[in-house]
Design a protein around this ligand. Sequence first.
Ligand code: NAD
Ligand code: TYD
Length: 339
Amino acid sequence: MVDVLVTGGAGFTGSNFVRWALAAHPDWRITTLDKLTYAGRLENLAGVLDDPRHRFVQGDIADAPVAGRLVREAAIVVHFAAETHVDRSLQSAGTFIQTDVFGTFVLLDAARQAPGLERFIQISTDEVYGTVASGRSRETDELRPRNPYSASKAGADRLAYSYWATYGVPVTVIRASNNYGPYQFPEKVIPLFITNAIDEQPLPLYGDGMHVRDWLHVEDHCRAIDVVIAHGERGEVYNVGGGNEVANVDLTRRILELTGRPTSLIRPVTDRQGHDRRYAVDTTKIAALGWAPHVPFDAGLAATVAWYTTHEDWWRPIKEGDAAFRRYYQAQYGGRAPA
Ligand code: NAD
Ligand code: TYD
């Protein structure tokens, strides 16, 4: 059996990866290490929590005794755990530095003393490149992160690389574009707008709505991670992108069409501070390993709308039952002026 440690496996991409990997690899035994912050939910692991090849450990990646023991047991570490929402990093950045940078350091330091470790996959993001006026970011491009979230991820990304260059920890870095799909926390734009549309609530579109993201279905991200584990070079970086560049206003219109709601729900509001205009990655390098995205954006978005429509039992307790979420929503959108 291959022992795999997945950090942040109760979050959006992590839980999709755990479910996908258990199905794809009958010889993998997965331990999920997750602190269960506001974004981590055991419900995301429904169906695999009592799988004999899966174990859930609640804990903090920055807690060296716990994290170190689990890293030393693993042959493969896939490190997703992070604070992930740009808007929250603008409100308060301390937890981003603590988890994304210091927590990653704790895992890497443990990996130095993990003789059986074959892979340490650092889940980075295309946001480390900063805004891209034209063309597509290549893995060798300079990192120019412009908000506390992307800066903390850039710190972790290069720290992971340094542990390869200095100590030979078998690190490979993956920089994916914006993911979407089931189990994404309803603070991110796609699930927020779908669930607001279902409830006929306004969709708060930042600024002029012409900011562009390259949407990647989470299953395509899972397959990319798998391809990198099998064939990626240690010490290298791989971009992953869906090839679906969409302006936010067009995304919003598509969501309204799919939910059968009127465009009058679009509410242009004051822009996000330091809002990156566009992300776009060149994926030639991972394509050479045999990876290409499979999920067309129209089909993936329709399936995602269908998932949120049929899983109100998953998101209503967050949006309606969770006082912390309601406080966040009020602070983020309550006093926001029209654009
Ligand atoms: P998420 O916010 O849905 O989940 C993060 C998970 O990490 C949660 O389960 C949370 O409980 C856990 N966590 C947070 N702090 C922790 C700590 N100190 N110790 C242990 N667990 C902790 O995030 P996501 O969208 O699934 O993103 C996962 C990773 O993928 C992140 O590293 C993110 O930067 C990266 N990424 C995400 C996207 C995207 O669009 N979602 C795109 C590219 C890269
Ligand atoms: P988000 O899902 O927060 O991802 P990221 O900032 O990491 O790319 O936002 C995606 C895009 O949607 C981004 O350009 C900001 C925009 N956006 C809005 O217009 N309104 C919102 O309420 C949110 C959350 C995001």
